[in-house]
Design a protein around this ligand. Structure first.
Ligand SMILES: [Zn+2]
Length: 601
């Protein structure tokens, strides 16, 4: 390629515009009406990138676009890593332009966007002076409001030109922006060229901000910037400093507004900063009120979260050989959520994976029952993490994780009720474990006509409940209506009352293999009856509970679908409207949740 080719079409475009509009030059003087002062600093320019492509090669990747935005930010904030190559002679004039760029996050209608538009075109390329790139109808892409966005069109450019920009006042709003050849856009190391580091766009955005070439497009010409040396002509390649022309003490060939190789350029000057900011405050002033970079008014486009862990709740005490975690997941994104990955583990051990699928619109939540884990005696931490909603990267990880601490006994809840008769002093009872005849509990001084209710968490083994009556007439039914009942959770395992001097009941708690159904969910301090029930469920609260707030009840079917959700004000819940079947009831009392299984028939 010839050394002295025209890299950039911007000045040609400006000259054409001046030729066509004699008033343009006087108009362009307005751009210095308000004058930049040091107190104005930092603007962020929303960028929309129009990828107008005809094949896979010019349909450039998102990552290339991201790399270009990064190069713009580095070059306009002088955080470019090659800033160290600036000769000491120019150190006093180099500038942090205080201009930032974002890929637009909000489109002109206020909707979320990634700031990238891709348009398939049937045109194999575009030429300088050809405005078809700027319109949908001619195979290009319509500009977004160029008062509020920097429009960058990326396409195949004919004729060896790497890009061009529209100077202020020098065209219409529809054509305002910069156009960059696809190979020269972003950091493109696969492209063997001296112009593959994204500096073409830095240069063209300089023109968009009214900067001229440092040689003034004339022999020893003027770029209207006081601190760039007058130089004879464009520099190509990478000159050795000092390269003297026009009696200067060295061309500023490393200025972004020269024609040097990308890896040779590294600076803008203070004078260029003033000129660019005069352009911003006089001509592109709507950029300052653009909300194109604003993300505050809409949710992340791909964000799931764990709203709560229903079971086990924090500081819960659980009596079971297995733990049955239940969580509420939520979709925070505007797109519906159809799938989600859930990973959970106990005490830092290996994660168990479970997938969720369903259909959740924005801000909707769902309860997910996870497959059981083998419980561990004493203190446990259960950690749960959700990821990959709809198989995409979750954009906000901060709400994807939750954990709960609970205490567990590896056992099974057994409830025993004893109702005494008129002669309770005749009775004594014992609960003991068979293996060593160790007494678990006993009642030896009892009150007449009193209901004793006990709850135990019993570990694996066989147990015997024995009740004595020294009067030889049992506890029913001649001198009062006494009885005893024993339950596994809600299931009656034995009862009695009519006996002579002794009655007993034996039962065994099997190993973990046997308690795998929902019946073994934590059932704690409430009871529901009758079970099965047909019309009304009654709740009975054990004495140790104090209730300060309304009680919320949720009923789920075995598929996890919520059937009833309501606040209750009495101990009765009408269930006549639900279909026959097995259900799980969650009751929230203050901040604690309790679970019961029941059958509707
Ligand atoms: Zn140029």
């Amino acid at each position: 390629m010839s050394q002295n080719f025209e890299k950039c079409g911007s000045m040609l475009l400006l000259q054409k515009a001046i030729k066509e509009n004699k008033l343009l030059e006087s108009k362009r003087n307005l751009i210095n009406q308000k004058v930049y002062t040091e107190s104005m600093n930092n603007v962020t320019i929303p960028v929309v990138v129009h990828v107008v492509y005809s094949n896979a090669q010019n349909n450039i990747s998102d990552s290339r676009i991201f790399s270009q935005i990064q190069v713009l930010n580095e070059d306009f904030r002088r955080t470019n890593s090659d800033a160290i190559n600036t000769p000491s002679q120019f150190q006093s004039v180099v500038a942090d332009m205080s201009i930032n760029f974002c890929l637009a996050s909000k489109d002109p209608d206020g909707n979320p966007t990634n700031g990238i538009i891709r348009k398939l075109t049937n045109k194999s390329g575009f030429s300088l002076y050809d405005t078809t790139i700027h319109y949908n109808v001619t195979g290009g892409s319509d500009a977004w409001d160029s008062d509020k966005y920097l429009n960058i069109w990326v396409c195949n450019i004919y004729g060896g030109i790497l890009g061009w920009a529209q100077f202020p006042y020098a065209g219409t709003k529809e054509t305002d922006g910069v156009v960059i050849n696809h190979d020269n856009f972003g950091v493109n190391l696969n492209y063997s060229s001296a112009y593959n580091l994204g500096r073409t766009t830095t240069h063209e955005v300089g023109h968009w901000l009214n900067l001229f070439h440092v040689w003034g497009d004339n022999t020893c010409g003027d770029d209207f910037v006081f601190d760039t040396p007058t130089q004879e002509q464009a520099n190509y390649g990478c000159k050795a400093h000092p390269f003297i022309s026009c009696q200067n003490s060295g061309d500023m060939f490393m200025n972004f507004m020269d024609y040097s190789d990308d890896d040779c350029m590294n600076l803008f000057t203070n004078g260029q900063k003033s000129r660019a900011w005069n352009c911003l405050i006089n001509y592109r002033d709507k950029i300052f009120i653009s909300d194109g970079c604003d993300t505050s008014n809409f949710s992340m486009s791909c964000d799931a979260s764990i709203e709560s862990i229903i079971h086990p709740s924090n500081n819960d005490s659980i009596c079971d050989q297995k733990i049955y975690p239940a969580i509420v997941i939520k979709n925070n994104s505007s797109d519906p959520m159809y799938t989600l990955d859930i990973n959970y583990r106990l005490n830092g051990q290996q994660y168990t994976y479970q997938s969720w699928s369903g259909n959740l619109s924005q801000n909707m939540s769902d309860t997910v029952y996870l497959a059981s884990l083998k419980n561990v005696q004493n203190n446990n931490i259960l950690e749960i993490e959700v990821s990959l909603p709809n198989n995409k990267i979750d954009l906000d990880f901060s709400n994807n994780f939750s954990s709960t601490n609970y205490y567990s006994n590896i056992g099974r809840t057994v409830n025993i009720q004893i109702q005494t008769d008129n002669y309770a002093q005749e009775n004594q009872w014992y609960l003991y474990k068979e293996v060593n005849n160790s007494i678990i509990d006993s009642g030896v001084v009892l009150s007449n006509n009193t209901l004793y209710e006990r709850e135990y968490c019993l570990t694996q083994g066989c147990y015997h409940f024995v009740i004595f009556d020294s009067g030889n007439d049992g506890i029913c039914c001649n001198f009062g209506n006494g009885y005893f009942n024993a339950f596994f959770g809600d299931s009656l395992i034995g009862s009695g009352g009519s006996f002579a001097s002794i009655d007993s009941l034996s039962f065994c708690i099997s190993n973990e293999n046997q308690s795998t159904n929902l019946n073994n969910l934590h059932d704690s301090v409430i009871e529901i009856y009758p079970n099965p029930a047909s019309d009304n469920l009654f709740f009975k609260f054990k004495s140790q509970i104090t209730i300060n707030n309304p009680i919320f009840v949720e009923i789920y079917d075995v598929a996890g679908k919520k059937i009833i959700s309501k606040k209750i004000t009495s101990n009765i819940l009408n269930i006549s409207s639900i279909e026959n079947g097995v259900y799980v009831l969650f009751m929230s009392i203050d901040s604690t949740k309790y679970t019961k299984k029941f059958v509707k028939q």
